[in-house]
Design a protein around this ligand. Structure first.
Ligand code: TYM
Length: 335
């Protein structure tokens, strides 16, 4: 049993409550949080401040945040040992983000893939928050002196800029922030749309059946997998460049069953795509069923969820303020 909590390494990660949680965010992020959690001190947040960089309907945002906390717990995060909190309830995030934005360069922000993608999709609302988003994300991570940031492949660039900002700040003021490392899973780091395997599966996926949500019903999941885009060959082989659809399904199947790509190829050696898609769909249904049931149960107990996020904000706030005070002192703010 772990007795010295001071010596434990720290994890921080978060998800924007800008839509329903997807199979991509589960396999790329939350599943790994739950697997790593017992070895670390953990902070997992609902990144609601990030979400408003794109227009949100207020009532939907509130409901999504609550649903997301319930899903974090349903996915196996223990609220007694992890701080599960809402970003906007810990003011230190906004405060440190301002300081860090003064140590973040225009040029490096301009190179961020997510900024380029999102501004192309939201031409009518290319706001400053969308641009400075990585400074807020750096604050999220650095406030907790996180060692590890478990994320999917698409967030790697943001963890890298966070490291650059931390190193720059430490270079000026001396050791202030721990330099965090990204944790990107070997399998499941980039789950693609079932309808367009060249595009990432995302909350805003508009193609019917392209995206699986954690709370989807079994019938809908099975239908989506049966209709998943593959190719005109027949062999179940892992070859992302030539067989992106089949390779994506193999990633999903491997991630939910723990089977290697070779084991999967052997399993479907003499079978067709139809059998393979059915097997993937059924494996996903079995993985998501307990998550959906537990989430529905938790959403009936809003008082319990409120207790969790209040306690989470208190624990997170305590750790975050320690770092913030240190930063304010270093930059010369009067104490
Ligand atoms: P977000 O909300 O877009 O996604 C949440 C997490 O899910 C991963 N993910 C995927 N992984 C594999 N395949 C996919 N198709 C897929 N879609 C999403 C993402 O990589 C991410 O890990 N900026 C972050 C949220 C954030 C954050 C942070 C993360 C805010 N502050 C601090 C870590 C640390 C974001 O937009 O993730």
């Amino acid at each position: 049993m772990e007795t010295n909590t001071e010596a434990r390494k720290i994890i921080l990660s978060g998800i924007q409550p800008s839509g329903k949680l997807t199979l991509g965010s589960y396999l790329g992020a939350i599943k790994n949080w739950a697997e790593l959690a017992s070895d670390y001190d953990c902070y997992f947040m609902m990144a609601d401040m990030h979400a408003i960089t794109v227009r949100q309907d207020p009532a939907t945002l509130r409901a999504t945040v609550l649903e997301q906390i319930a899903q974090y717990i349903a996915c196996g995060l223990d609220p007694d040992s992890c701080a599960l909190f809402i970003q906007s309830q810990v003011p230190a995030h906004a405060e440190l983000a301002w300081v860090l934005s003064c140590y973040t360069m225009f040029g490096e922000l301009s190179r961020m893939t997510q900024f380029k993608d999102k501004s192309a999709k939201n031409e009518e609302n290319i706001n400053a928050g969308l641009f400075t988003y990585p400074a807020l994300m750096a604050a999220d991570i650095l406030l907790y002196q996180a060692d590890l940031v478990p994320v999917g492949d698409d967030q790697k660039q943001h963890v890298e800029i966070c490291r650059d900002i931390a190193q720059r700040f430490n270079g000026v003021y001396g050791d202030t922030f721990k330099i965090p490392a990204p944790f990107i899973p070997k399998v499941g780091a980039r789950i693609m749309s079932l309808q367009d395997p060249t595009a990432k599966m995302s909350k805003s996926d508009t193609a019917a059946g392209g995206c699986i949500y954690l709370l989807d019903k079994a019938d809908d999941i099975l239908r989506a997998f049966k209709r998943a885009v593959t190719d005109s060959y027949t062999a179940v082989r892992y070859a992302p460049a030539v067989k992106p659809g089949v390779s994506n399904l193999m990633q999903i199947y491997s991630s939910v069953t723990g089977k290697t790509f070779t084991e999967i190829e052997d399993e479907f050696e003499s079978k067709g795509y139809g059998d393979f898609k059915l097997a993937v769909g059924e494996a996903v249904i079995e993985t998501l069923r307990p998550i959906r049931e537990k989430t529905e149960e938790l959403l009936n107990n809003k008082d319990y969820l409120a207790e969790i996020y209040r306690a989470g904000a208190q624990k997170a706030g305590y750790a975050a303020n320690k770092t913030l005070r240190k930063v304010y002192k270093r930059v010369g703010f009067v104490q």
